[in-house]
Design a protein around this ligand. Sequence first.
Ligand code: COA
Ligand code: MG
Length: 295
Amino acid sequence: MPLRSMLFVPADSERKLAKGLDSPADALILDLEDAVAPPRKVTARGMAVEFIGAHASRLATRLYVRINPLDSGMAMDDLAAVVVPGLAGIMLPKTLGADDIRRIAFCLDALEARAGIAPGTVRIVPVATETAQSMLTMASYTADVPRLAGITWGAEDLSAAIGAISNREADGSLSPLYTLANSMCLCIAAAASVPAIDTLYGDFRDPTGLAASCAVARRRGFRGRIAIHPDQVAIINEAFSPSEAELAHARRVVEAFAAQPGAGTVGLDGAMLDMPHLKQARRTLGIEADAPLAT
Ligand code: COA
Ligand code: MG
């Protein structure tokens, strides 16, 4: 299942959960963390479990839960509750590095066994840039980090961690630390052989700006994006799907290589093509996956 769009749904909101059901999002992230106020945490956890139980068959492979951070005192209670049949994955906020993923993966080994879920079913998507430490441990993400389904990043919590007044410059552009976080997300996702999922676009009443921003993100290598409002999902899905022209070109590239078996480089329309072009074309056609299917 591709992860073009991941829609955040605050897990304590009956209305938003109901609305999420009809969303064409590739995944729903039932949020137990920042979208839920402290007094509602336990309620949200219970509602998430109930929702997964009720809709597991309809939304199989599409249900993620963002648990509270490992140092919050709530993460283990969250995990112990939400690992039930139908859960596709966990989003882990405020990670310090890949060791956090291994720790969660180890817990999931036991929780899956208890729930009667096949080992390795529940995947992990870390928010990999939300702490100062995480920016210093990027090299810890490698292809043997277990259970990864993708990696995303965020600029809000990092600026809070740094004590910045804003994560933007006076002209409105992202400050260097956050463009670095964005770029590092691309690198660590590639190093771990999983898709990079871009962070949210906050202005949910600006479809044109969202589409333009997604086009930039896709060109840079992001494979999908977080959504915070249902209206953003269709725009994101379209932006991160190859156009007809891209598909047609990719087919021609694959055919050009197929026509010259053993050739490492071929010419097409006056341009030189070699292995990276073939790899890119195969990825566009879905022949070449970003992520290993099993860990
Ligand atoms: N998931 C599912 N449904 C949502 C939704 C979401 N993320 N955001 C809004 N909706 C629903 C609303 O409930 C409303 O449906 P209803 O009339 O049946 O209740 C409909 O979509 C239209 O919502 P709208 O009035 O445009 O927005 P709002 O003012 O109610 O909500 C936000 C705005 C930002 C509070 C809301 O979009 C939201 O909660 N987003 C997710 C925030 C989040 O999870 N943050 C954590 C990650 S950063
Ligand atoms: Mg946050």
